[in-house]
Design a protein around this ligand. Structure first.
Ligand code: AHG
Ligand code: MN
Ligand code: MN
Length: 340
């Protein structure tokens, strides 16, 4: 066989599965299904600026359907691909009020449920900044042979089997984590495959970047303001002031935080006492991934992954990223006894 350097996502996940004699390959197949949906989303994202131009010639496609907004398209694509997946028994999405439990005899025997934010950072579409898809995979806790139930979707992050994101940036990448580590795959457009480009990603223990919507400062409490003061303080010997970077797409801000180190925060404030970001399909998957890469994620009181969810769309504050930076932030914002 000709030697080659490219390892596709599929080849990689199958190789990983072989390390575990009891593994069935179902998780690999599910990751392949998610990657298929994200390639379909990517195709539309790459045309985003053209939609209006194309629209002048009739904003309907060959089936006569109207051009859909990207976040609706992304949601519909993920749902339809996962409905056809042999391994997914149901999904929950930012875009749907309730979970969707697939009610057919094949799905009744599928082991996994998937929660997702189909298009994260959608306000960035108009300005051509990176956007993403976030996903979280749990093994069902309800018995096989029946439709999945609410409790399958309300599991804490520490029960995740795998989680990750796709970033539609200057290139398209899929980054996913299992308990044994985090790997990144870049889409090779000429063959339409995600190929291993960032093996065994580790989040640097220290960082020099803090990421937060500082425009909300007037709504922050004094402890958080004290930490932001610390980030901006002129202490050259300690590497401060830190740089501030904030894209406003969690996926893009987290991708930078994972690769370069740093801290990303979406704290509670006086108008959003629970923060803005959603636990089940934004914070938990990112927390699982960052922990697998050696980082830390907290809600300011304890580990994000230990929160027992009570609602599908519940929100949580989040402080996430390089271990030493997050722990320093928690010295300011957390009650001492609850620091992770
Ligand atoms: P979504 O587009 O899925 O609703 O998520 C937007 C989120 C997240 O991507 C980002 O970190 C945050 O909103 C930005 O919010 P602010 O504009 O309030 O800073
Ligand atoms: Mn989002
Ligand atoms: Mn979204």
């Amino acid at each position: 066989m000709a030697s080659r350097k490219l390892i596709t996502l599929d080849e990689f996940t199958i190789e990983e599965t072989r390390k575990f004699p009891k593994a069935t390959g179902e998780l690999s197949a599910l990751l392949r299904d998610i990657s298929l949906a994200s390639k379909m989303i990517n195709k539309q994202v790459r045309k985003a600026g053209l939609v209006d131009i194309l629209g002048k010639h009739g904003a309907t496609n060959v089936q006569g359907e109207e051009q859909m907004k990207l976040d609706v398209y992304s949601n519909d694509t993920l749902i339809s691909v996962l409905k056809n997946s042999a391994d997914c028994a149901g999904v929950a999405s930012e875009e749907n009020d309730n979970e969707l439990c697939f009610d057919d005899s094949f799905s009744h025997d599928s082991k996994y449920v998937v929660l997702f934010d189909p298009l994260d950072g959608s306000s960035n579409i108009d300005v051509n900044a990176p956007i993403g898809t976030i996903f979280a995979i749990y093994r069902r806790v309800s018995p096989l042979g029946k439709p999945v139930t609410k409790e399958d979707f309300l599991q804490p992050g520490n029960k995740l089997m795998a989680a990750g994101y796709v970033i539609y940036g200057s290139s398209t990448m899929m980054v996913y984590a299992t308990r044994i580590g985090v790997n990144g795959f870049t889409l090779e457009p000429s063959i339409g495959e995600f190929c291993l480009s960032h093996p065994d990603i580790k989040c640097p223990e220290k960082g020099k970047i803090y990421s937060v919507n500082q425009g909300n400062s007037a709504k922050y409490d004094d402890r958080l303001l004290a930490y932001l003061g610390y980030c901006m303080e002129n202490k050259k010997e300690e590497g401060r002031p830190y740089s501030h970077r904030y894209i406003g797409s969690m996926v893009a801000d987290m991708h930078r935080t994972l690769i370069k180190g740093g801290i990303f925060m979406y704290p509670a404030d006086s108008s959003s006492p629970k923060g803005k970001l959603r636990l089940q399909y934004e914070c938990n998957p990112m927390a699982f991934l960052i922990e697998a890469a050696g980082g830390v994620a907290s809600d300011g009181k304890g580990n994000i992954l230990d929160i027992i969810p009570t609602e599908l769309h519940q929100r949580t504050p989040i402080f996430i990223g390089s271990k030493s930076m997050v722990n320093k932030a928690l010295e300011f914002v957390a009650n001492k006894e609850t620091v992770v």
